[in-house]
Design a binder for this molecule. Structure first.
Ligand code: HEC
Length: 101
């Protein structure tokens, strides 16, 4: 895993984050649907939480989105996901949210 990550870094000239392996991507998609979906809607159109559609997120900074997902929003229902998804996985998730529904 570690070795693969390093290889990816080398291949991409040192800028890309390590992409989760296919099995983990599957888990992350399922988490997105079931866990995030519980508050943000199965189709991400919003519910208890705001919509997570590309058009709703496109103007927002990656740093803010990363921070929100990793740390949650204290004082709101948005919980921190750091214990379950690391920063690279969160970046991958955000990429996914911005690209498609
Ligand atoms: C228990 C309910 C709940 C769950 C589960 C949840 N969220 Fe949230 N989320 C919220 C709420 C409520 C807000 C709005 C917080 C506020 O008022 O600032 C929010 C805000 C956000 C935002 C900021 C949106 C914006 O427009 O600023 C993002 C991004 C986000 N959530 C992503 C996720 C992701 C990804 C997951 C799953 C890993 C997730 N959330 C799971 C309730 C939830």
């Amino acid at each position: 895993m570690r070795r693969r990550f390093l290889l990816l870094l080398v291949a991409a000239g040192g800028v890309a984050a390590g992409e989760p392996d296919p099995k983990r991507q599957q888990e992350l998609r399922s988490l997105l649907k079931n866990d995030c979906g519980a508050c943000h809607g199965l189709t991400r159109k919003g519910g208890l939480g705001p919509p997570l559609l590309p058009e709703s997120l496109s103007g927002k900074s990656d740093a803010m989105l990363l921070q929100t997902i990793q740390e949650g929003r204290p004082g709101t229902a948005m919980p921190p996901w750091k214990p379950f998804i690391d920063a690279d996985e969160t970046v991958w998730l955000i990429d996914n949210l911005l690209r498609k529904r």
